[in-house]
Design a binder for this molecule. Structure first.
Ligand code: T4K
Length: 397
């Protein structure tokens, strides 16, 4: 076999001159941002329940169809605050196939995560297994709505009601997703959304807790803290997790563009589906359960046997081409230094979680990807598959 010199990994030119990243990065035109910032400087009010934050929270409550949308500095803080405010005790059932912040929020509140496996097709919590894990020490289930899909929130509500335990959601991936025509945000006691730059609705860094529970909202506003918003109530812990006026300004502009951006993502998603159709070993994950998705992540599952190389080898080759694919959530939260000892005490197998951590890959989507770029990435992947044998031989030399 001859050495392949066209691929960047073997010394050829990269397919893209600039890195093409995973991450949404939708931001307003400079002029609109400049106008918003000018207003903040003229008012000389930069933080703590400013007018833009109030307006943003009102618009978000309407958008999510809930009574309260409480903005925070990021979703990690939002999750930490929520588990405290809900007064959870003992054990909480949670998937290990998630970003580590989901589970760290439980650890900060000295709660024990009970790791539950996910469905191999949808990647969402397996409800049959959730039911098997409920015992007298479990106080809640933390559902995670992954990849612009959802983890059957209606069925989870019934299950938690049946056992008299609480339910909350990490909806960091799910802004603007609907289940049976109902926007995510109003399920369980509360949901937490991320507005990080890599998310569909961005405030650069940011997040929001949505709830219909007035008492919970009061606790969260005091914990954040946001003096003067409502009556201050007694809370055990306070954390500075406020959202600034500058963040809210970007959030308002991006919220106005949300549907346009969502449609762009949807178009890119379908371009990938078409372009990768028939490539051996590639399975594209459809956003599950939702009647409307934000298509925040483009996830593919790779069968190393059929594709001819492993997920990690493919990532290596693509990154050299400046296609910065990711392998969320390798190695799985249950295999991290922090949580491995907890998992070791639990008997439940996470077979599907382990398999997904080995085989999933996220492709670039969002503002910086257009149809031509997505088509070029598909053609590149198809061509890598055709040369898989030569490439892996060279990689092993
Ligand atoms: N729950 C779940 C299920 C989550 O996925 C997350 C976060 C959370 C909770 C917690 O939400 P936050 O507390 O973050 O609000 C990321 C993000 O940092 C994180 O928000 C996200 N999930 C997680 C899945 O991934 P990285 O390290 O992959 O992202 P980062 O910053 O390297 O960005 C990805 C690519 O985008 C890079 O290649 C560079 C590019 N990029 C990024 C930023 C921020 C830019 O070009 N410009 C930018 O400004 O972690």
């Amino acid at each position: 076999m001859h050495k392949n010199t066209t691929l960047a990994i073997f010394g050829g030119n990269a397919s893209f001159s600039q890195p093409i990243n995973v991450g949404q990065l939708y931001f307003p035109e400079w002029q609109r941002y400049e106008n918003a910032m000018r207003g903040i400087f003229e008012r000389k009010y930069y933080n703590n329940n400013g007018p833009l934050l109030s307006e943003f929270e009102q618009q978000l409550a309407q958008f999510f169809g809930v009574k309260h949308a409480i903005c925070v500095h990021n979703a990690t803080f939002g999750l930490m605050m929520l588990v405290e405010a809900m007064g959870l005790k003992g054990k909480v059932i949670v998937p290990a196939f998630t970003f580590i912040a989901t589970v760290q929020a439980l650890a900060w509140a000295k709660l024990t995560p009970v790791f539950c496996d996910v469905d191999p097709l949808t990647h969402q919590l397996d409800l049959v297994k959730v039911r098997q894990l409920v015992d007298g020490e479990v106080s809640a289930v933390m559902g995670v709505n992954l990849w612009g899909g959802a983890c059957q929130p209606e069925q989870l509500e019934s299950l938690c009601n049946e056992y008299g335990i609480k339910l909350l959601f990490d909806s960091a991936h799910a802004t603007g997703c609907e289940v049976n025509g109902k926007m995510l945000g109003g399920f369980g006691s509360a949901e937490v959304f991320s507005f990080h730059a890599t998310k569909m609705l961005s405030t650069t860094e940011g997040g929001c807790i949505t709830t219909n529970d007035d008492k919970l909202a009061g606790l969260l506003e005091t914990m954040r803290p946001s003096y003067g918003k409502t009556q201050t109530v007694d809370v055990v812990k306070v954390i500075n997790a406020r959202m600034s006026e500058a963040q809210a300004a970007i959030g308002l502009l991006n919220l106005a563009d949300f549907e346009k951006n969502r449609q762009h993502n949807e178009e890119i998603y379908h371009t990938y589906v078409k372009g990768l159709h028939g490539v051996p070993g590639i399975e594209i994950v459809q956003p599950s359960v939702v009647s409307r998705s934000n298509y925040q992540y483009m996830v593919l599952k790779l069968s190393a046997e059929q594709f001819g190389m492993t997920r990690d080898q493919l990532q290596h080759v693509l990154v050299a081409e400046n296609v910065n694919v990711r392998r969320y959530f390798y190695p799985g939260v249950h295999r991290t230094i922090e949580f491995e000892p907890v998992f070791a005490t639990q008997k439940n197998a996470l077979t599907h979680t382990d398999e997904l951590c080995r085989s999933c890959m996220q492709l670039p989507v969002g503002a910086n990807v257009d149809i031509l770029i997505a088509e070029k990435i598909c053609a590149l992947i198809a061509s890598i598959q055709q040369q898989a044998k030569i490439i892996t031989e060279q990689l092993h030399k």
